[in-house]
Design a protein around this ligand. Structure first.
Ligand code: ADP
Ligand code: MG
Length: 289
């Protein structure tokens, strides 16, 4: 592009809250026909609030105490929700040793030689840990994310959390569809939660329970069908997918890793700006030819 066109489109993009990091990939955004969105923190605010605690053993208070003690070491939006709930109930947290996290699966740490884990439904299923399936179904059918609290591999209880869908997510999806661009949702969360959220937003193609390492593979698979793919995400777990996509778009409020990997950053964290971005690249192209 000519220096003048670059200058004009840079000014325009800055005004619209788009931080362009890779000029060439931005200019090619006009060819994008599929936009993949991460769920948590991208289509939703990633502000989880605890809605239900279902004890298996012990009390609600102790379940929250165990979970929050480990979660205080995590930066995941689920962790913030659980720690906040414990604070509200004025629960004193325990000191945790040997903390570790396994992205997309959960976290663990030790207290007095006992291991506390806060994990995904997939983890408990794979480890054949029994839980109240009816309560779980009921909660996740309402779009709530459920995590399981284990003490030495024994189930203490479940904690359900609700996130808030961004108002602009629904509008973004409608505008994309109107422009003939296919929206897709890619998430590490459970299938039922993914289905509920995608239905609210109007996304028909959903890939759920995708482990962080596999997000990039899903992008490659869509690309292999000759589609030009943009990936939009906020987390560390999205970085490989952002790098693999034809256009990587990071949410401004997201992690540094996502922003450093992306071609464009949405400064306002507004999913609707994905549409503005594609429009702008089309306009820029018309000025170039
Ligand atoms: P997304 O792709 O929607 O951003 P993640 O890959 O970050 O989701 O997380 C996927 C799942 O892993 C969560 O739904 C949860 O079950 C589990 N998980 C991740 N981090 C934590 C945590 N700190 N505490 C409990 N569970 C977690
Ligand atoms: Mg996310």
């Amino acid at each position: 592009a000519s220096p003048l066109v670059v200058a004009v489109s840079t000014a325009l993009s800055a005004k619209q809250g788009l931080l362009i990091r890779n000029r060439v990939n931005f200019e090619n955004a006009r060819q994008i026909d599929t936009v993949v969105f991460d769920k948590t923190g991208t289509l939703t605010k990633g502000e989880f609030g605890v809605t239900d605690i279902i004890p298996n053993e012990t009390s609600e208070e102790e379940i929250l105490q165990l979970a929050a003690s480990v979660e205080q070491k995590s930066e995941h939006p689920i962790a913030e929700g659980i720690v906040h709930a414990a604070e509200e109930r004025e629960i004193t947290l325990k000191n945790i040793e040997n903390f570790s996290s396994s992205t997309g699966e959960g976290i663990e740490g030790q207290v007095d030689g006992q291991t506390i884990k806060v994990v995904s439904p997939k983890y408990v299923q794979e480890n054949s840990i029994n839980f109240d399936q009816d309560s779980f179904n009921q909660l996740s059918d309402q779009g709530k994310t459920v995590v399981f609290v284990l003490l030495d591999q024994q189930l203490m209880g479940m904690i359900a959390l609700a996130d808030i869908i961004k108002d602009e997510a629904k509008e973004a999806v409608k505008l994309l569809k109107d422009a003939g661009i296919q929206p897709v949702m890619l998430t590490g969360d459970h299938q039922k939660v993914a289905n509920w959220v995608s239905k609210q937003i109007g996304i028909d193609e959903v890939h759920a329970e995708v482990l962080p390492d596999h997000k990039a593979n899903h992008i490659k698979e869509i690309q292999s069908k000759k589609q030009r793919v943009a990936m939009t995400g906020d987390g560390i777990n999205d970085a490989p997918a952002l790098a693999t996509a034809d256009l990587g778009i990071a949410i401004g409020a997201g992690t540094d890793v996502a922003m450093e990997t992306a071609d464009v950053v949405l400064v306002q964290s507004n999913p609707k700006d994905v549409v503005s971005l594609i429009d702008l690249s089309k306009k820029t192209y018309r000025k170039m030819v």
